[in-house]
Design a protein around this ligand. Structure first.
Ligand code: HEM
Length: 406
C-alpha cells in the first residue's frame, strides 16, 4: 500500500517537472537574477532547467572578494525596507488626524508590529551606511572610470533616492520630533535663493508643515520613490552585467577565469547578509525609536531627538553653516555625479590619484564629523524661522495642544 502511494507520488512529481518545463521559459530566471541569486546572462534558447544550471556556472571578475558584498548588502537592506514598509502600510493612516494614533497602534496593538517598525527604522539607517561603504569601495577601486560612468551616475541617483526615502519617511510618525525636524529642515531649504523656495513650495503644499505636507510626503515615499528605485536598480544591474565588475588594477597576463558566482560569491554574500540582518534585528530590539508627543505646530518641543543618521548630519550642517550647509551638500552630490567625466585617465591605483583620494577622504571625514556634531545638538530645541510664526520653545515636550491643531 505504502509502496503504491510512493510510486504515485514519484510519477506525479516527474509529470509536474515536465509540465513546469513545458509551461515556463528560461527568461523567468530573470526574477532570480533580480533577487541577486543568479548572475550574468541567461541563455533563453535553453529549457529553464538547463539555463539555470548554465547560469550557476557564470563567473565574476578575478578580483571579486568580500568588499564586493557591500552592493549586495545594500540591496538586501532595500528589500527588507520594502517588505517591512508594505507591512507597516497595512496599518498606517496617512492623515494628520490619524497618523500618530496609527503608529501607536502598530507598536502596541499589532502583534510584532513594534519589531516590523523598528526593523524599518534601523534598516533606513544602515542602508545609508552600506550605500556609502559600497560607494567608497567603487571609489577606491576607481570602478567609476570608463566604461562604467553611467553606472556610477545611476549609483549616485540611487543614493539620492535612498536619502529621499529617509527624508519623506521621517515625517510619517507625526510626533513632535518628526514634525519639528522636518519644519526646521524645510525652513532652511527655503532660505536658499530661488530653487530653495520653489522646492519647499512643492514639498510643503502649505505655508507651514501640515496635513497637506504629510499627504505629499506619504505619496512620494510609497509611490514615486519605489518606482524610481526599481527603474534605477534595473539600470544599475543591467549595466553591471554589460560591463562586468571592473577588473583588477593591474591585470595579469595569466589572468585566471574569475571567481565562480555560485557557490563562492553567493556564500560570501550570504555570510555578510546573516551578519547584517542580525545587527539590524538586535538594534531594533534593543534600541526602539521612541515616540514623542503628537505633532503640535504651535509649540516646538524643548528637545529634538533624531532617529536617522542623515537628520543628524543635516541638523549639524544647517546649525553651523545655515542654509548654505544644505546647498554645499547638494553641490557635493553634483560633484560626485560628474566625477567620472573629469577623472578619466586609465590609472586606477589610489596613490597615483592623490587629488581624487584627498577629495574622497574629505567627503567621508566631513560626513562622520557632521554626524557626531549633529548628535550633540539633540538637546537643542528646533530653530523655527520668523515665517513659521510659532512661539519660542518654552516647555519640555508636553502633549498640550494649543492653537491650530495639525
Ligand atoms: C540602493 C543603492 C545601491 C545598490 C542596491 C547597489 C548595488 C550594487 C551591486 C549589487 C553591485 C555589484 C557588487 C558590488 O560591486 O558591490 C554594484 C556595483 C556598482 N555600483 Fe552600486 N548599488 C547602489 C548604490 C551605488 C552608489 C551610491 C554608487 C556610486 C555612486 C554605485 C556605483 C556602482 C558601480 C560603478 C558598480 C560597478 C562596480 C565595479 O564594476 O566594480 N552604486 N552595485
Amino acid at each position: 500500500m505504502a509502496n503504491r502511494a510512493w510510486e504515485a507520488v514519484k510519477e506525479w512529481a516527474s509529470r509536474f517537472r515536465a509540465d513546469l518545463k513545458a509551461s515556463t521559459d528560461a527568461s523567468l530566471l530573470g526574477v532570480l537574477r533580480f533577487l541577486g541569486l543568479l548572475y550574468g546572462p541567461i541563455d533563453t534558447n535553453l529549457p529553464i532547467d538547463q539555463a539555470f544550471r548554465r547560469s550557476l556556472r557564470n563567473r565574476l571578475s578575478r578580483n571579486a572578494g568580500w568588499r564586493h558584498a557591500a552592493g549586495g548588502i545594500t540591496y538586501l537592506l532595500f528589500i527588507l525596507l520594502v517588505v517591512t514598509g508594505v507591512l507597516l502600510s497595512f496599518y498606517y493612516r496617512p492623515s494628520a488626524e490619524e497618523a500618530y494614533q496609527s503608529v501607536q497602534h502598530i507598536v502596541s496593538g499589532v502583534r510584532i508590529g513594534w519589531l516590523i517598525r523598528d526593523l524599518h527604522v534601523w534598516g533606513a539607517n544602515l542602508i545609508v551606511i552600506t550605500a556609502l561603504v559600497h560607494m567608497g569601495r567603487v571609489f577606491l577601486d576607481a570602478s567609476y572610470k570608463p566604461p562604467r560612468e553611467t553606472n556610477w551616475l545611476a549609483g549616485v541617483l540611487l543614493l539620492f533616492v535612498v536619502l529621499a526615502f529617509g527624508a519623506t519617511g521621517y515625517l510619517l510618525p507625526w510626533d513632535q520630533w518628526a514634525y519639528w525636524t522636518v519644519t526646521e529642515a524645510l525652513d532652511m531649504l527655503g532660505r536658499i535663493p530661488v530653487l530653495g523656495g520653489l522646492s519647499v513650495g512643492l514639498l510643503r503644499g502649505d505655508p507651514v508643515v501640515s496635513g497637506a505636507t504629510l499627504s505629499r510626503f506619504f505619496a512620494v515615499h510609497v509611490i514615486v520613490l519605489p518606482w524610481l528605485a526599481f527603474g534605477l536598480l534595473m539600470l544599475h544591474f543591467a549595466l553591471l552585467r554589460k560591463h562586468g565588475l571592473a577588473p583588477p588594477e593591474t591585470p595579469r597576463a595569466d589572468a585566471s577565469e574569475g571567481v565562480p558566482f555560485f557557490p563562492n560569491h553567493l556564500l560570501r554574500s550570504f555570510v555578510v547578509a546573516v551578519l547584517v540582518l542580525t545587527v539590524t534585528a538586535t538594534a531594533a530590539i534593543l534600541w526602539p525609536r521612541e515616540i514623542a508627543d503628537p505633532a503640535n505646530p504651535s509649540l516646538p518641543p524643548g528637545t529634538l531627538l533624531t532617529s536617522w543618521i542623515v537628520a543628524d548630519v543635516s541638523r549639524a550642517l544647517t546649525h553651523y553653516m545655515g542654509p548654505w550647509g544644505l546647498a554645499l551638500f547638494l553641490l557635493l552630490g553634483l560633484g560626485l555625479a560628474v566625477l567620472p567625466l573629469f577623472d578619466r585617465a586609465p590609472e586606477r591605483r589610489l596613490r597615483r590619484r592623490p587629488v581624487v583620494a584627498g577629495l574622497g577622504a574629505v567627503f567621508y571625514l566631513a560626513f562622520v564629523v557632521a554626524w557626531l556634531a549633529g548628535r550633540q545638538l539633540r538637546n537643542m530645541p528646533p530653530q523655527p524661522t520668523v515665517e513659521s510664526g510659532v512661539q519660542a520653545p518654552t516647555a519640555p515636550d508636553t502633549a498640550a495642544t494649543r492653537g491650530r491643531t495639525p
